[in-house]
Write a protein that binds this ligand. Structure first.
Ligand code: DAK
Length: 259
């Protein structure tokens, strides 16, 4: 299969599939086309009996700086509802095989949410995680308010979601968000080596282990996600969402109106 926004390498190591986000100029912003390709790639690797573990990465500067703000900027609440991006995120959530995110640089907004859909996160010392959606007049829309809170607790998650502050890989590690931090030149190698350890286990046991750990993590998550979804759509009915995203595109500070 050939892709425009991602690269997929099967058997990068025995039984390992690698997905690389590949929109470097846009810091791997997750445009709709990229998300479509991601779903196809995950589906393909998940159904390939020669693949036991999947690694997803970006490049040294960015894992992904979030959803594509330029693509979202002019959207209305109804547009967002009709595009139904959630089914794509659900499809990634439902991948049965273990997924490891190898993160360097920015993992922001949807990029941070994508890492949280993965089962382990290996980060370079230069990685920065954050949910800065509040700065463009919205809130996390792909599970950020729920998964970040479960991963690092309410007190820390609330600060990050309300202020948009980025945290370093070390802070993310200390807070329990990620699995390990390594020097930048090693992050992919370390993720692949971890993937090889997982791939050496019984494949069905690994899948059921993933499902079981996620069951503990996910209880009552759907209720939270439903609420987040409604609020996310609702924000596309505000003038401040239009202003926040236009201001980003025009490279100026936003002027909030509170409506
Ligand atoms: N979207 C589009 N373009 C982006 C981008 C983004 N998220 N992030 C960066 N870029 C582009 C910049 O516009 C710039 O393009 P040019 O101006 O050169 O054409 C290029 O990438 C390089 O960025 P900068 O020049 O800004 O680079 P800096 O090093 O100065 O700054 C930065 C890096 C990451 C701090 C900055 O670019 C930044 O703040 N980016 C935006 C981060 C952000 O706010 N992320 C959250 C976006 S909202 C949903 C699922 C998911 C989501 C929503 C709904 N559903 C299922 C419904 C997710 C929402 C989000 O992620």
């Amino acid at each position: 299969m050939s892709y425009t926004y991602i690269e997929v390498t099967k058997q990068i190591k025995p039984y390992i599939g690698l997905i690389r986000l590949n929109r470097p100029k846009e810091l791997n912003a997750l445009c709709l086309g990229l998300m479509d390709e991601l779903v196809l790639a995950f589906r393909d690797l998940d159904s390939d009996s020669e693949i036991r573990c999947i690694v997803i990465t970006g490049n040294e500067r960015a894992f992904a700086a979030g959803a594509d703000i330029k693509e979202m900027a002019g959207k209305t609440s109804t547009d967002m509802l009709q595009v139904d991006q959630f089914s794509k995120w659900e499809a990634i959530k439902n991948v049965k095989k273990p997924i490891i995110a190898a993160v360097s640089g920015f993992a922001l907004g949807g990029g941070c949410e994508l890492t949280m859909l993965c089962d382990m996160i290996v980060a370079s010392e230069s990685a920065q995680f954050g949910q800065p959606e509040i700065k463009i007049g919205v809130i996390p829309g792909a599970g950020g308010t729920q998964r970040l809170t479960r991963a690092i607790g309410k007190a820390r998650a609330m600060e990050l979601v309300l202020t948009g502050r980025f945290i370093s890989a070390q802070e993310a590690y200390d807070a329990g968000l990620i699995t390990r931090v390594v020097p930048v030149e090693l992050y992919l190698e370390e993720a692949l080596s971890l993937a090889q350890k997982v791939a050496a286990m019984a494949p069905i046991a690994a899948q059921l282990a993933k499902e079981s750990v996620n069951a503990a993590f996910n209880s009552h998550l759907d209720e939270g996600l439903r609420l987040e979804r409604k609020n996310f759509y609702l924000l596309f009915a505000t003038e401040d969402q239009t202003e926040g995203m236009e201001a980003f595109v025009e490279k100026r500070p936003p002027l909030w109106k509170g409506r």
